[in-house]
Write a protein that binds this ligand. Structure first.
Ligand code: PMP
Length: 366
């Protein structure tokens, strides 16, 4: 590893070394301005160019149609759990449907209950969040304002490979894409709102990206705080107040890097290959390593697994891996076990090293 370790953290997570080096080179004197980009007015020409380029590159990457606004927001994806019903529902009695496929969509549902009549249209809880529904098993309310999904459950490792059709009268599908944003091409036109915290695939924490269909903007509930109203940010090109300038700048560098790699179709191929060798190693371990997630919906980003020999061996596995330079492999505190997060910026060599270690660990501790 060029930096001594491979970082398997779930987020904040590893970023491309080339991006970090570029940011380092520009840190003290941004492109001859004599200032760091974090010291500049967000209304100056340098930052204006940076945020415009970030938006243009993101639009190119995801082929975001003109029908949709791109917003750079704060408050994390967690704030969007409230912003979505505040912007899309008329009031607390207006219904909305949630597919609860893991901890994050459950949190989104619970927050939305404060600002809408949110209902669980399908829950994976009884199956310990190891699968997703056949789409016709989602109990959609035709009166719902939107259907909400989490496209990739970061803790449970469950990922939508296709998306359900919203069967509500507004036809609006909303997705929390925090942990698989820009990991593969997505047909943005199918979504009313896509939102994602940046700190997994595209940048540091501090900026949350929302892609919102323009005709849904401007109907927020009267109680909506000005900062949570999409109209505030759409009308002001994400510059209503001071945005997270440095985080947006880094996202811009990441978008440039993803475009230079050939775009998201290429990125998806790399991600599928990395995840493939990891799942193959788990599945070929004769039950030594266990991934509980149904094969058809296994995440390309977050790979959770346990050791059949139990938690003591998991501890030993994580400690030995760390000694060999593979860090942050501990599963989320709510589920335990091991979790390898292998976002875009995780090099193939990092995953190859991990699977070699897994085979070696199994051979040494049969
Ligand atoms: N949704 C998903 C899928 C996540 O993984 C996370 C963060 N781990 C969140 C929402 C919450 O994001 P934030 O910490 O940016 O509020």
């Amino acid at each position: 590893a060029e930096r001594g370790v491979y970082n398997f953290a779930a987020g904040p997570a590893t970023l491309p070394l080339s991006v970090l080096k570029r940011a380092q080179a520009e840190l003290v004197d941004y492109r001859g301005s004599g200032m760091s980009i974090m010291e500049m007015s967000h209304r100056g020409k340098e930052f204006d160019a940076a945020i415009k380029k970030a938006e243009a590159d993101l639009r190119a990457l995801l082929a975001v149609p003109d029908t949709h606004a791109v917003l750079f927001l704060q408050g994390g994806a967690t704030t969007q759990f409230a912003a979505v019903p505040l912007n899309l529902c008329a009031g607390p009695s207006d219904p909305a449907d949630f597919v609860v496929s893991g901890s994050w969509s459950d949190k989104a549902f619970k927050e939305a209950k404060k600002f809408s009549a949110a209902a669980v249209a399908w829950s994976g809880k009884d199956a310990k969040y190891t699968g997703l529904p056949p789409f016709d098993a989602i109990q959609q309310n035709p009166e719902a304002r939107f259907l909400h999904i989490c496209s990739n459950e970061t803790i449970h490792g469950v990922e939508f490979k296709d998306y359900p059709e919203p069967r509500n009268k507004s036809g609006i599908l909303v997705a929390d894409m925090s942990s698989n944003f820009c990991s593969k091409p997505v047909d943005v036109s199918r979504f009313g709102v896509i939102y994602a915290g940046a700190q997994k695939n595209v940048g540091p924490s501090g900026v949350t990206i929302a892609i919102v269909r323009k005709d849904l903007i401007g109907n927020a509930q009267p109680i909506t705080p000005v900062m949570l109203d999409y109209k505030t940010h759409a009308d002001n090109a994400s510059l209503y107040n001071t945005p997270p300038c440095f985080a947006i700048y880094i996202c811009g560098l990441v978008f440039e890097d993803l475009l230079a790699q050939g775009g998201l179709a290429e990125v998806e191929k790399k991600n599928a290959h990395k995840a493939g060798i990891l799942y193959d190693t788990i599945d070929a371990s004769a039950g030594y390593y266990v991934c509980p997630v149904e094969k058809s919906v296994r995440s390309l980003m977050n790979v959770p697994f346990t050791l059949a020999k139990g938690p003591d061996f998991e501890k030993q596995f994580i400690a030995e891996a760390a000694k060999e330079g593979m860090v942050q492999l501990k599963g989320h505190r709510s589920v335990g076990g091991v979790r390898a997060s292998i976002y875009n910026a995780m090099p193939l060599a990092g995953v190859e090293k991990l699977v070699a270690f897994m085979k070696d660990f199994q051979a040494r501790n049969p």
